[in-house]
Design a binder for this molecule. Structure first.
Ligand SMILES: Nc1nc2c(ncn2[C@@H]2O[C@H](COP(=O)(O)OP(=O)(O)OP(=O)(O)O)[C@@H](O)[C@H]2O)c(=O)[nH]1
Length: 859
């Protein structure tokens, strides 16, 4: 943004208005240069102008409102959508519209500045003078969807964190912030809602220091009319100018004032802006030697430091993703104030995909980075016990054409199932065969799309660093890794261990609530089951368990809201004729002693018209130690399953000798699936098993019956054998019950602290772990505490009336406790009454604990 010569001239952000209608007409047919049909294997030059970013925030901070403005100013939409009347583009699921909150992270692509408005880049121009492709991934803000946030975080290259300028830094923000620290995601902050009564910019800036443990680099300060009135714009400490938005307009007209103009227009903002510039340069000098040199070359005059030098310095500081230095911007997106400069900051300060560290992978039992793997630096000689022909690592990986992570599955009413992918290496081409390393199936990518919320454009390939959609896949789920490997055997995939390659694997937290799903009639059962499969592909943190005998379907998930929304999806969006029962806590069962008997089963029955016969033996015991995952040992929902063959079934190198038609992977998958089904329902109360170690012994000489031993027969044998072992445990009184215990973080003011702590420890059986501000286990920052008195922020207007004075009874406190989930049901209401409506809390599963006798009785 350039300073204008004439005083307070009105400017439309990014040059002119005239081309907007035209742009909207043309955008589908021509303006996707970055997705042309060429066959690059290396990075497309356009990748440098790509930003894969997300917006993270506490619920209601204004993510959706801000996103809508971004889409509008980029020319993507022609009118401003409104969260409150349910017409927004990104919150497009009916269930989301009804609730006005974001549940599903949809990705939308737009350009900033708009394609027609870029000028040819000149040296020294900010990046934001040329159009960038912004892939915006909308992340949910509710605590129940933390897992969904994690899932989106891992594919982001950068993030904008939106804070509510009245509420400041909230518990959920802290949590997502520390998760973003774990993924080293470069971030900037937008302090929103500065138009509201009680908005406290200064207090919020200090909280960024004290609660997010980063140094706020205040890039903009709020402009209140006449120093106290309406919020009307911002002072820009980077460009030494002030921006004023026309009241009540769509926000496209912005008046720009340079320093001289500002001195006449508003002296108090003028003098504050000079302070802000000084503080910004000073802060940056502490982090960045380059800027320090520039500053010294400017004779220590912070006003003389060129704006571009400051932008470059901010960018260097942000790029490491440590969150040590945090650029802060200001605005009120609902009033259309501050959004365009925020988008400039996305172009200017956040990284392109090539500037990000290499993604982590796991392959076989190893962890490493993708480029190490692709450059042959990981020693991935195929495991001896799986294959006898060790290929050289380089020749093995040379054939990998593309590698992508499916980060979102959405059922689109018109286009069917859409799988959103982020490509990490090479490219994914239309019609290529993709090996799914999680499900071990091959699927063809018949159609590739670039999504614009509810519009789509067909493309021929998606290259490294880009985000796109594969339409028509039948199996791929959220979180699966897809590998394009020409000439791959569709059944077996690429040679081991490449067939196990996983990008940025994350742990799915255990579900702690469940509800029964009752189809309205027998004939509806299949339809309901099919819809549930789709729901699970969308959201792998949902689980379905169908009881083999009764046919009852149980849906489980991470929170009450999580299940309520699943019900909405099921009944309202998918029109399933089914009812969901009460939402209940999902307890666990555990085995208390080691069984004595080996339970040998020979399954011999027709399965779907085909003869099936297979056998195995099973044994179950409590899980004491952490067992490493190997090709014989599978971790599953808190349990461990080990597959054993008799010694005579291994050759001298330890490679299993199996009948020619049976591969070890097929055998293992079938047996594990059987055991999984048995462990899903315990013998005592029907709750899933937890912390148990199942061993399944399979002897090919007695348990294998040629073609009759199909995968289905092997699974059934394993299921029956494990069930027999569980039944024995139950008959011997060896099955205990466990309950989910939550890690709870409560934010409240000093005055209600006592009542909250008392209630937690006496009435709720909780265990208070800490009471202060920043020692919760979750603020995992290794960053040193920050002396907030050293942080610059412009003084708040309404400091006294807004309770910004945080000493005394209004001071914010944080309680961390471990509490049984059962005691936390309905807690929000209680907390509100204890705190006069101001307290908030977040919680996550800490672990499952054995129920005490009295608690067991009360069940
Ligand atoms: N006064 C004021 N209200 C705002 C501003 N931005 C958003 N709001 C209002 O705050 C509420 C929440 O905004 P959303 O955009 O839905 O917030 P969100 O963060 O997307 O919320 P979730 O999708 O539920 O996580 C809505 O009623 C908005 O109109 C603002 O700048 N000023």
């Amino acid at each position: 943004m350039r300073l204008l010569a004439s005083r307070g001239r009105c400017q439309v952000w990014h040059r002119h208005l005239g081309c907007i209608a035209l742009r909207n007409n043309l955008r589908v047919s021509r303006h996707w240069p970055s997705y042309s049909t060429s066959h690059h294997h290396h990075h497309d030059p356009s990748i440098k102008k790509t930003r894969n970013i997300g917006i993270i925030a506490h619920i209601d901070a204004g993510k959706t409102t801000t996103t809508e403005r971004m889409l509008y100013y980029s020319g993507f939409t022609r009118r401003i959508g409104d969260v409150d009347d349910g017409s927004t583009v990104t919150d497009f699921l009916p269930a989301e519209r009804a609730r006005g909150i974001t549940i599903q992270s949809a990705a939308v692509t737009f350009h900033w500045p708009p394609l027609h408005e870029g000028s040819a880049p000149k040296d020294g121009d900010p990046r934001s003078h040329t159009p960038h492709t912004i892939n915006l991934i909308d992340t949910p803000g509710h605590a129940d969807f933390t897992f969904e946030v994690l899932r989106s975080l891992r594919i982001l290259d950068g993030a904008v964190c939106i804070l509510d300028g009245v509420a400041g830094v909230e518990a959920q923000t802290e949590k997502v912030w520390s998760q973003a620290n774990n993924y080293s995601i470069p971030r900037i902050i937008f302090v929103n809602k500065l138009d509201r009564d009680g908005a406290a910019f200064e207090r919020t800036i200090k909280e960024i220091g004290s609660r997010l443990h980063g140094w706020p680099a205040v890039c903009q300060i709020p402009w209140w009319e006449g120093g106290k009135g309406r919020f009307t714009g911002v002072g820009d400490a980077i460009n030494l100018s002030a921006l004023k938005w026309k009241e009540g307009g769509d926000g496209k007209r912005i008046q720009t004032f340079d320093l001289t103009e500002l001195a006449q227009e508003d002296t108090s903002l003028y003098s504050e802006l000079l302070k802000a510039r000084g503080a910004l340069v000073e802060t940056l000098c502490e982090f960045d030697e380059h800027l320090l040199e520039t500053w010294l070359a400017c004779n220590d005059d912070s006003l003389a430091v060129p704006a571009q030098a400051i932008r470059d310095s901010l960018r260097r500081c942000v790029l490491d993703g440590s969150g040590r230095l945090i650029p802060v911007f200001a605005g009120a997106s609902f009033r259309n104030i501050g959004v365009q400069p925020l988008m400039d900051a996305v172009d200017d300060l956040l990284p392109n995909p090539t500037e990000r560290p290499d993604p982590e992978i796991s392959i076989g039992n190893q962890k490493g980075s993708l480029s190490d793997l692709l450059q042959g630096k990981l020693s991935i000689t195929p495991n001896k016990s799986v294959s006898k022909r060790p290929a050289s690592p380089l020749s093995l990986v040379a054939q990998v054409e593309g590698c992508a992570l499916a980060f979102k599955v959405v059922n689109d009413p018109r286009r069917g199932v859409l799988v959103y992918i982020r490509v990490y290496s090479g490219s994914i081409k239309r019609n290529s065969a993709l090996w799914n390393t999680n499900l071990h199936v091959t699927e063809r990518a018949q159609r590739l799309l670039q999504m614009q919320a509810s519009d789509a454009i067909e493309i021929s390939h998606i290259s490294a660093g880009q985000i796109g959609v594969i339409a028509g896949l039948k199996h791929a789920r959220t979180g699966d890794t897809l590998v394009s490997y020409p000439g791959v055997n569709p059944k077996l995939g690429p040679p081991a261990p490449l067939n196990t390659l996983q990008l940025r694997p994350i742990d799915v937290p255990p579900p702690v609530f469940f509800a029964a799903i009752e189809p309205h009639s027998l004939t509806e059962e299949k339809n309901v089951a099919d819809i549930l499969v789709l729901l699970l592909r969308e959201d792998p943190s949902l689980h379905v368990n169908v009881d083999e005998e009764s046919g009852q379907m149980l849906l489980s998930g991470m929170g009450e809201l999580h299940l309520e929304i699943a019900r909405d999806r099921l009944v309202n969006d998918f029109k399933a004729k089914a009812t969901m029962g009460n939402i209940e806590i999902s307890y666990r069962e555990c085995i208390l002693g080691t069984g004595t008997t080996l339970h040998r089963i020979v399954f011999d029955r027709e399965v779907a018209g085909k003869k099936g016969k297979a056998g195995c033996q099973a044994h179950i015991e409590p899980l004491h130690d952490v067992l490493p995952e190997t090709e014989h040992t599978t971790h599953l929902d808190g349990n461990v399953i080990t597959i054993r063959l008799p010694e005579s079934s291994y050759d001298v190198d330890g490679v299993p000798i199996l009948p020619p038609d049976l591969s070890f992977i097929t055998l293992r998958t079938a047996l594990v699936n059987g055991a999984k089904a048995a462990l899903a329902r315990g013998p005592r109360r029907g709750f899933p098993l937890h912390a148990s170690h199942v061993t399944i012994m399979f002897d090919p000489s007695t348990d294998y019956f040629g073609n009759d031993s199909s995968a289905a027969a092997l699974s059934s044998a394993a299921r029956l054998a494990v069930q027999a072992a569980l039944k024995e445990g139950f008959e011997n009184g060896n099955i205990g019950l466990m309950e989910p215990v939550m890690n709870v973080v409560i934010s409240c003011d000093e005055a209600s602290l006592g009542a909250i702590v008392h209630d937690l420890s006496s009435a709720r059986g909780g265990h208070v772990l800490s009471l202060d501000n920043d020692s919760s286990e979750e603020s995992t920052s290794d960053l040193p505490a920050i002396d907030t008195s050293r942080i610059y922020a412009p003084p708040d207007l309404f400091a006294s009336s807004s309770g910004a004075d945080r000493d005394g009874p209004g001071q914010q406190r944080q309680v961390t406790a471990r509490v049984p989930l059962k005691e936390m049901v309905g807690y929000l209401k209680h907390l509100r009454s204890l705190t006069g409506g101001r307290g908030t809390f977040i919680m996550s599963v800490d672990r499952f604990e054995r129920l005490s006798r009295p608690r067991e009785k009360a069940l």
